[in-house]
Design a protein around this ligand. Structure first.
Ligand SMILES: [Zn+2]
Length: 292
């Protein structure tokens, strides 16, 4: 497990030249095959035969992890390893936004205030958009969203989106990060005509569009797309460079999202925290051989 991580280079393999011992790095977890048609086209995220550090191979929930040198991204001196551990999810947010080519000043609806939703808010603010509205069932996460730059937050348990959009202008863009079949439908339902919808959150259930909702895509001539991982060419891509630059300049501060730090000895404690109902935990880190 663990594909979002950073660390200090302890040892380098024979022939590795782009990293040095003692260097701080964040690691891109995708290991594309390099030979399939999509890799050849310079689309590593579309690789049909990839490996992945932290899912398809051993991840960073360990003292040491072996990674290819080209997956290492140097962490600027003014960033901590903890902040750098959030680079991977930040790149996912940046990539999702890029999929809908957002123009300056447009209003955006962000569905879901989990890690990716919140990092999307931070990225939208850094890029420069109009009004950002965030939807989530957890008030504590909505408070974080507000604190980091959301203009409005809606908890559908107390205010329906139907009611909200009776009074308010519809957003030009909807970014779905929750992966819930309800928000996946709402993205299409509430975006403005000629609007754009991007699906970032993965599905775990059937997503049912009734005829009326489906017709919104036709009548509104919506642009509906998906977003997958966070890579481009040259590997690992602009997402990684941009994410680090925003963090390094301070345009994006991920620290408010780090709500706890643990050690490996704490075993499942952070997981238990995450699954607690109404948990305020956003991102919990394991700090290994590091300050807690
Ligand atoms: Zn490939």
């Amino acid at each position: 497990m663990t594909h979002e991580f950073s660390g200090t280079v302890e040892e380098i393999g024979e022939g590795a030249t782009s990293v040095t011992v003692g260097e701080k790095v964040a690691v891109a977890p995708l290991v594309p095959c390099g030979t399939c048609e999509n890799c050849q086209k310079g689309e590593p995220a579309m690789c049909t035969n990839y490996s992945f550090i932290g899912s398809r191979e051993q991840g960073a929930m360990a003292e040491y992890v072996v990674v290819p040198e080209k997956n290492c991204v140097k962490v600027p001196a003014n960033l901590s390893l903890k902040e750098a551990a959030l680079l991977e999810p930040l790149t996912v947010a940046i990539h999702g936004i890029e999929r809908v080519r957002i123009s300056a000043g447009v209003d955006v609806l962000v569905l879901g205030a989990g890690t990716i939703g919140l990092l999307t808010v931070l990225s939208l603010r850094a890029i420069g958009v109009g009004k950002i509205t965030v939807v989530d069932l957890n008030d504590k996460k909505l408070e974080v969203a507000k604190a980091i730059g959301a203009d409005e937050t809606i908890n559908p348990l107390t205010q329906t989106l139907e009611d909200y959009y009776q009074e308010n202008r519809r957003p030009e863009v909807a970014i779905e990060t929750a992966g819930s079949s309800i928000t996946q439908k709402q993205a299409v339902e509430f975006v403005a005509k000629r609007g754009k919808v991007v699906y970032v959150g993965t599905s775990t259930r059937d997503v049912i569009f009734d005829p009326e909702t489906f017709e919104k895509i036709l009548r509104g001539e919506l642009e509906v797309t998906g977003s997958w991982m966070s890579y481009s060419a040259p590997f690992p891509g602009y997402e990684w460079e941009t994410g680090l630059r925003y963090m390094s300049t301070g345009e994006i501060d991920v620290k408010p999202l780090i709500t706890g730090t643990y050690h490996l000895e704490d075993v499942a404690e952070p997981f238990d925290k995450m699954v607690e109902k109404k948990s305020a935990a956003v991102k919990l880190l394991y700090a290994i051989n590091e300050e807690k």
